[in-house]
Ligand binder design. Structure first.
Ligand code: HEM
Length: 348
């Protein structure tokens, strides 16, 4: 009995050892199965099993663990991408912090300026009653097309970053899900007219936004915001040129990264997708902060400024104070008979 038990035990042991050895050999062999682990960035054939490296070492050293798949969806071959953890931490924690700081910081700075300095007002004698055409119909159409789309993109974009944390607790998960779905549609579809608007802006305004010597004087004087004395400027001062280039260059970068995300994995792999999202999110919150300042100065912050984008005409005296060199250039054109921009206001 004891002998027969011993015989059966030894046979079973031999079987187990044999099977284990065969399995190990198969795993190290050249394949036959659906996936074979290979370590990216190292010589092929390495086998990241628990015996050769620890999981922690892999996470520290590797870009990603990929396998080989026979199905058409090649990206399914990525088994693990340790950097995804850093991406997630950026998305879930760092980005909301950056967004909160730049946007709230801008709002606080503008509020401080408003409550200490007040609105930038026109002097009584700046109201000449004569008007000068500042932006024609197509320029105003372009501006409002881009601006409207940007505002919707900004609100729906902020929902991606803050909605879950700030809005969902207030309105509940069901309403938040419905709102988020509409916000996502708006974000995806309005991105196209926004891109068109940025392109139009580039075409119509680039010639007035090339840097020149007047910008240096304007920057040295800090735009005259604190002294109240406006440095001479052509059609756009250095601050406005900064807005223009932020919108154009920032808009192009947002468009490229946005399209990459709209068609996932069509142009890049997982790392490229994450990088696009990081650039899109970070640049997005910075642009929102910059445009909050623009919206403030174009409406509440400066008396007489809004008319330029409202009716398209501004008071001639306002134009002389804020864009003296431009008024002179326009006057020269009128004198040479090429364009009439100034006309008398109707008698009151
Ligand atoms: C309700 C929001 C907005 C208001 C009230 C507003 C107002 C204005 C005004 C009054 C001007 C003309 C300034 C002048 O006479 O020189 C202007 C110009 C401009 N706006 Fe806006 N704007 C708004 C939103 C936007 C947005 C969201 C964008 C871009 C996404 C934008 C981009 C521009 C650009 C590039 C210019 C030309 C450069 C400059 O004057 O700064 N605006 N805006």
């Amino acid at each position: 009995m004891t002998q027969s038990f011993m015989r059966r035990f030894v046979t079973a042991l031999a079987l187990v050892v044999g099977l284990a050895f065969a399995g190990d050999t198969l795993a190290q062999g050249t394949g036959g199965g659906n996936t074979q682990n290979i370590v990216q960035g190292q010589s092929s054939g390495a086998n990241p099993t628990a015996r050769s490296v620890t999981e922690e070492q892999l996470f520290q050293q590797l870009d990603k663990l990929t396998g080989r798949v026979s199905i058409p969806d090649g990206k399914a071959a990525v088994l693990q991408q340790p950097q995804g953890r850093e991406y997630r931490a950026y998305h879930e924690s760092t980005l909301p912090w950056i967004g909160g700081i730049v946007i709230l910081g801008m709002l606080v700075a503008l509020a401080a300026f408003y409550f200490t300095k007040g609105r930038i007002m026109m002097e009584p004698d700046e109201e000449s009653g004569r008007k000068i055409l500042r932006f024609n119909t197509f320029e105003r159409f372009t501006h409002w097309l881009t601006a409207t789309c940007f505002i919707v993109l900004a609100i729906s974009g902020l929902n991606y970053i803050f909605g879950k944390r700030l809005l969902m607790p207030l309105i509940g998960p069901d309403a938040f899900a419905a709102w988020s779905q509409w916000a996502k549609f708006a974000h995806n579809y309005l991105s196209w007219p926004f891109m068109l608007g940025v392109l139009f802006m580039l075409v119509v305004w680039i010639k007035d936004n090339l840097p020149d010597r007047t910008d240096i004087a304007w920057l040295k004087a800090g735009g005259g915001f604190l002294s109240g004395k406006h440095p001479p400027a052509r059609r756009f001062n250095a601050g406005q040129k900064g807005i223009f280039w932020s919108v154009v260059l920032g808009g192009i970068a947002m468009s490229v990264t946005g399209i990459i995300m709209m068609f996932p994995f069509s142009y890049t792999d997982i790392g490229g997708m994450q990088l696009s999202q990081i650039i899109h999110g970070t640049l997005g919150v910075i642009l929102i902060a910059i445009l909050i300042a623009h919206i403030y100065i174009g409406s509440l912050g400066m008396e007489g400024a809004y008319d330029a984008m409202g009716s398209g005409e501004v008071d001639l005296a306002w134009a002389k104070v804020h864009h003296r060199l431009w008024v002179e250039e326009e006057g020269a054109k009128t004198a040479s008979g090429r364009q009439t921009t100034a006309r008398p206001a109707p008698a009151e």
